[in-house]
Design a protein around this ligand. Structure first.
Ligand SMILES: Cc1cc2nc3c(=O)[nH]c(=O)nc-3n(C[C@H](O)[C@H](O)[C@H](O)COP(=O)(O)OP(=O)(O)OC[C@H]3O[C@@H](n4cnc5c(N)ncnc54)[C@H](O)[C@@H]3O)c2cc1C
Length: 383
């Protein structure tokens, strides 16, 4: 049985490794548009839950220790009002809730793990069309080459303009917010702590980096986002420090500001015959709760489990049944993850005491009742 994975991003590569782990290595090909070594890596610092790290380690991915910033505590607070919630690894009896790593370090570790397998990765090969034919699918490449697969994992992320599978309908919702991304060096760093602070207009997240700095992701309403990008470093730094407060002393900017449009995307159906969409090809989340890749890695794991059953049965009919079961199995996690980040974004971006007081009470209640805290840690899939 031949499986073709379209897209060699973190989800596509993790899917290939998860399939290998499940013994489905008979014939797997990954097709990635960008030539190896020519990737334009973003400065993205990816926070992954402890559960995601366990999955990566299980499938043979080893990110160097000096490329990992451990997250032992997540502090959640709101600007200008009471209420502080501190989620600690000790609340769930572990050493860490997760860790952050630069996107390039993660990609390199995934590529290194794949290089130790017999799985073929075609770099610099762009898929231009997929055509279902009976129980199979034909995959057309820009080079004119044509591949035939019994199962297709579409992991081409959000970047692909071409909707390679017309049966997959995309619904997109613009959040009306822009994410401002930069880096800071605090004067009183608190290693191991990630911050989620709700400011009027949008959430402000500070995620520790392996180099001792913090990545800033600040969601602003579009007009304010434009303003934040236009002002000089000194003015932006003033705004940022006022919004974040002094829990790490002063935050000194160490990088240029970039921006990212914040939206949700949802592809439904996500399975058509022998083709399934995974990761960002299936859904795009607002990065407020750093959940996108965590969700994508759970897609990869589940896809491999279902396909291993079909492989064991050895018939092409069983592939479409396995993928249908995969789609059903992933539905709840997908919907709740999208809904949860939606609640975080909209319930927490309003100012005024009518919103601040119940929010502060909610944070305080969570802080005071360990079972509620543990439930939230589980919801964030941190443990
Ligand atoms: C600012 C920001 C911060 C984030 N922080 C976090 C975080 O802290 N934690 C977290 O869990 N998530 C985070 N995310 C989300 C995370 O980055 C994505 O969920 C993840 O990158 C999705 O991986 P993917 O492999 O599905 O897609 P992608 O990373 O987009 O990879 C898709 C791949 O497919 C290839 N491709 C596209 N079209 C074709 C084609 N036609 N033919 C062949 N190849 C093709 C592309 O070249 C690319 O390599 C963040 C996102 C943003 C924007």
């Amino acid at each position: 049985m031949k499986t073709i994975i379209i897209g060699g991003g973190p989800v596509g590569l993790a899917t290939a490794l998860a399939l290998k782990e499940r013994g489905a290595t008979n014939d797997i090909t990954v097709v990635e548009a960008t030539p190896l070594g020519a990737e334009k890596f973003s400065d993205r610092n990816i926070a992954l839950s402890a559960a995601s790290w366990r999955f990566l380690s299980r499938v043979g991915v080893d990110v160097a220790r000096d490329q990992r910033a451990s997250i032992e505590t997540v502090e959640i607070s709101q600007r200008g009002a009471f209420g502080l919630l501190s989620l600690n690894a000790s609340d769930v009896g572990t050493n860490e809730l997760g860790a952050a790593t630069p996107y390039p370090a993660l990609k390199n570790a995934l590529n290194d793990a794949l290089a130790k397998t017999a799985i073929a990765v075609h770099h610099g090969a762009t898929v231009t069309a997929i055509e279902p034919v009976a129980q199979h699918a034909l995959v057309y490449l820009a080079s004119g080459e044509q591949l035939r697969g019994d199962c297709i994992a579409l992991a081409d992320g959000a970047g692909s303009d071409t909707n390679l599978v017309p049966a997959f309908k995309r619904t997109e919702r613009n959040s009306g917010q822009t994410g401002i991304i930069t880096r800071v060096q605090p004067t009183r760093p608190r290693p191991g702590v990630a911050f989620e602070r709700f400011t009027p207009g949008g959430a402000l997240a500070l995620i520790p980096r392996a180099d001792g700095q913090w990545t800033v992701i600040w969601a602003r309403p579009n007009a304010s986002g434009e303003h934040m990008l236009a002002i000089d470093d000194e003015s932006f730094s003033r705004e940022l420090n006022a919004a974040f407060g002094s829990s790490m002393g002063a935050l000194n900017l160490t990088a240029k500001r970039t921006s990212y449009p914040l939206s949700w995307r949802f592809v439904e159906p996500r399975v058509a015959g022998c083709i399934a969409a995974l990761g960002n090809a299936a859904q795009g989340l607002h990065p407020v709760a750093a959940q996108g890749l965590n969700l994508g890695l759970r897609d990869a794991d589940s896809f491999a489990i279902h396909l291993a059953h079909a492989n064991a049965r050895g018939s092409t009919q069983s592939v479409s049944a396995a993928l249908a079961a995969f789609a059903r199995g992933r539905a709840v996690d997908r919907v709740t993850s999208i809904g949860f980040t939606g609640v975080l974004t909209y319930a927490f971006d309003r100012g005024g005491w009518l919103a601040d007081v119940p929010r502060g009470l909610g944070l305080t209640a969570l802080q005071l009742f360990p079972p509620l805290k543990r439930e939230l840690i589980a919801r964030l899939a941190l443990a």
